[in-house]
Design a protein around this ligand. Structure first.
Ligand code: ADP
Ligand code: MG
Length: 274
């Protein structure tokens, strides 16, 4: 079979290359509550892996384990050849509720991440404006979080994470707290930034659409304790953009992920709060 150049997808990610993040047999309890067990997956150095799963299935817990902020009970996490037991350099996290210091300006919030990573004053002064501009916040360097919309605050959170030039970006439902239109804008901005500077990315979301749009693979977590139910290859053409949303293949993949999650979602809807 032949295909014209225009119809051949040009993946910019590194499917098949040696993974950068490896999660093996991971398990985690909070006291008597077993959150997840036997989690296995990996992420390439230039790959976006989206994780979807119902609320409470342990997505945030999993990211915090990978970040080294929380200890895991069993299994192991490797970033490159380093075992994660504490936070390691080169891994940055973007939080759902922005995680900004309210008393610091945009520039100071971005500088904070660099200072924590041990950057020199000169380096900080040089890099902060670059990353503030990259996320579209030029002109707002001296604004405080309370003066900005949710979307702008999350741009700042993203700039702080990007400024340390991480090799791994962990995103915990970063766009869940912003309105629908802003969310779409930020999704495409994130794709643009990722195409400029590809990293290994784990993008946690409860939006199936967002997972399929952003992910090169989508991991569906479910069950109690949760586990990897399915890993779905997202073979959409690159680079992803607004046109991606109109592809028949996009709709097919979205339905596939939905079908995987649906039974559990219906059951969860009818559980009584106790
Ligand atoms: N620090 C904690 N101590 C005890 N239980 C927790 C803690 N954090 C989360 N949990 C519980 O662990 C489960 C998974 O939480 P979480 O990782 O936040 O899920 P998700 O991000 O998928 O919504 C939930 O049942 C939650 O109530
Ligand atoms: Mg969460």
């Amino acid at each position: 079979m032949t295909a014209s150049a225009a119809t051949i997808a040009q993946p910019t990610h590194d499917a098949g290359a040696e993974p950068l993040i490896r999660v093996h047999g991971l398990g985690k309890h909070y006291g008597a509550l077993e959150v997840f067990r036997n989690i296995d997956f990996d992420v390439g150095a230039r790959e976006i892996v989206a994780i979807v799963g119902p609320s409470g299935c342990g997505k945030t817990t999993l990211l915090r384990c990978i970040d080294g902020l929380l200890p895991h009970d069993v299994g192991e996490i490797l970033v490159g050849d380093q075992r994660v037991i504490d936070p390691i350099p080169g891994v940055a996290m973007v939080f759902q509720h922005f995680g900004l210091f309210p008393w610091k300006t945009v520039s100071e919030n971005v500088a904070y991440g660099l200072r924590m990573a041990g950057a020199s004053k000169a380096d900080i002064a040089r890099k902060v404006p670059i990353f503030v501009k990259m996320v579209g916040l030029a002109g707002f360097e001296n604004a405080f979080p309370y003066q900005m919309s949710g979307g702008m605050q999350q741009r700042c959170g993203l700039a702080r994470a990007l400024a340390v030039e991480p090799s791994v970006l962990l995103m915990d439902e970063p766009f869940a707290a912003v309105d629908a239109q802003t969310r779409e804008i930020l999704q495409f901005e994130l794709l643009r930034i990722w195409q400029e500077r590809p990293t290994a990315m784990i993008f946690v979301t409860h939006s199936i659409e967002e997972a399929v749009l952003l992910g090169h693979r989508v991991i569906v977590l479910k069950g109690r304790p949760s586990g990897v139910h399915e890993i779905i290859e997202i073979d959409l053409p690159e680079p992803r953009n607004r046109d991606t949303l109109r592809l028949a293949r996009f709709a097919e993949l979205r339905e596939r992920v939905w079908a995987t999650l649906m039974r559990e979602a219906r059951e969860a809807e009818f559980v009584l709060e106790r």
